[in-house]
Design a protein around this ligand. Structure first.
Ligand SMILES: [Zn+2]
Length: 394
């Protein structure tokens, strides 16, 4: 339970570690690393392992594919009777090596800057210093795990990290995904799924002068389909799914009726049910030929499943919010957002998970990215208290 004694311990812990949190984050940010730059990512993984080992965690690197950076995971209290509490996230960023040289980690007016400081190295610092505190305070009731992947920003393509995320967050007490919070303070309980499609239209090539009627114009056919596909998107703003045709190419020369046209389509859905409805309607559009003699094929080329607001997600959010309110924390409520995260795989597996538990900040995936320094300490306080009240997740 949250007692006066614990409150005092946390106060002094935060005072004592104020500088250490910043130097940990500084080193982590300046190590850089995005997918494809495995050398940088391996250095980051080694940095994390060294730090986890130093506070007495049992740490391993898990290989997930040749081109992909390994997962770094450490656990302590392994033999405690309760199920695990897991802090998850990623240590890859979207910024190319060299970014830290141009704009290394620095703090100005209470904000920390540097590549990936907000998305989501600040969250790693919070999770690490939460676990370090639990160790020092002698918390022994439940095993606590840190679990960070190195290929989240590319949705783990080409590797096996998704399987590992599912396996390590199955049958646990709760997971906290340490993606960044918005400055408005909400925790995230839902994210849209993102699916990509390729639409191919085959027509018949012909001469537009002397054989106009023999041609079957693939671009014309595609034009009908583009409008019909866009119209699949429900009109209301709070829609369950959307369809957006975002690239198109077709034809080869101005004086020839085109035999081929293709387009790529971005589909966002709030739930698996919404995906089924949306894909059904899209296929209906694609199966209907507007011009006799043309052929159309719709292929799903990529997917990132939705983070559904399951009962488990609601329960996990309620628990963290209750602790937050007890200690007068800065969490203001819950939010569902557009972009995706690994919390989706955990929720789909029935795990009690909340997302955006990390540092507050803005402009992620952008050079103006920053993290609010004070929010690092607030979140460390919140999650120490939350782990102490692990009973709320049962
Ligand atoms: Zn992220």
């Amino acid at each position: 339970m949250f007692t006066e004694e614990l409150r005092n311990k946390i106060d002094s812990y935060i005072e004592e570690n104020r500088e250490a949190v910043i130097s940990f984050l500084e080193e982590l940010v300046n190590l850089e690393g995005r997918h494809g730059e495995k050398e940088h990512l391996l250095r980051t993984a080694a940095f994390l392992k060294r730090n986890f080992d130093e506070i007495g965690m049992e740490t391993v690197l898990i290989e997930v594919g040749e081109a992909n950076a390994p997962i770094v995971t450490g656990v302590f209290n392994k033999d405690a009777a309760e199920k695990e509490i897991v802090f998850t996230g990623h240590y890859d960023t979207v910024f190319a090596a060299g970014s830290a040289g141009e704009r290394p980690f620095h703090i100005k007016d209470g904000k920390a800057y540097g590549p990936g400081v907000c998305d989501m190295k600040g969250g790693i610092a919070i999770a690490f210093f939460t676990v370090k505190a639990l160790q020092e305070f002698g918390f022994r009731n439940a095993p606590v795990r840190l679990f960070f992947v190195g290929d989240e920003e590319v949705n783990h393509q080409g590797g096996t990290a998704i399987e590992k995320i599912r396996a390590y967050t199955k049958d646990i007490l709760a997971a906290f995904n340490m993606e960044n919070r918005y400055e408005s303070g909400q925790l995230c309980i839902g994210r849209k799924g993102c699916y990509e499609f390729l639409l191919k239209v085959h027509g018949i090539a012909s001469h537009p002068g002397h054989a106009y009627d023999e041609g079957r114009n693939a671009i014309e056919e595609m034009s009908h389909k583009v409008l019909a596909l866009q119209a699949v998107t429900p009109k209301e703003k709070n829609r369950d799914y959307s369809v957006s045709v975002n690239t198109i190419k077709g034809g080869t020369v101005t004086n020839g009726i085109p035999a081929y046209c293709e387009a790529t389509i971005d589909v966002r859905v709030k739930s698996f049910a919404a995906l089924r409805t949306c894909e059904f309607l899209m296929r209906e559009v694609c199966e209907k030929p507007y011009i006799e003699g043309t052929k159309t094929k719709l292929i799903r080329t990529d997917d990132m499943i939705p983070f559904e607001t399951t009962e488990g997600v609601k329960a996990a959010y309620e628990a963290v919010k209750a602790v937050n309110d007890q200690i007068g924390g800065t969490v203001t409520g819950s939010i569902a957002v557009g972009g995706s995260s690994d919390a989706a795989y955990m929720a789909a597996g029935g795990t009690k998970v909340v997302c955006q538990c990390g540092v507050s900040g803005a402009y992620t995936h952008n050079e103006k990215e920053y993290a609010v320094v004070a929010s690092l300490y607030e979140a460390i306080r919140l999650f120490i208290c939350t782990v102490y009240q692990y009973q709320l997740f049962k």
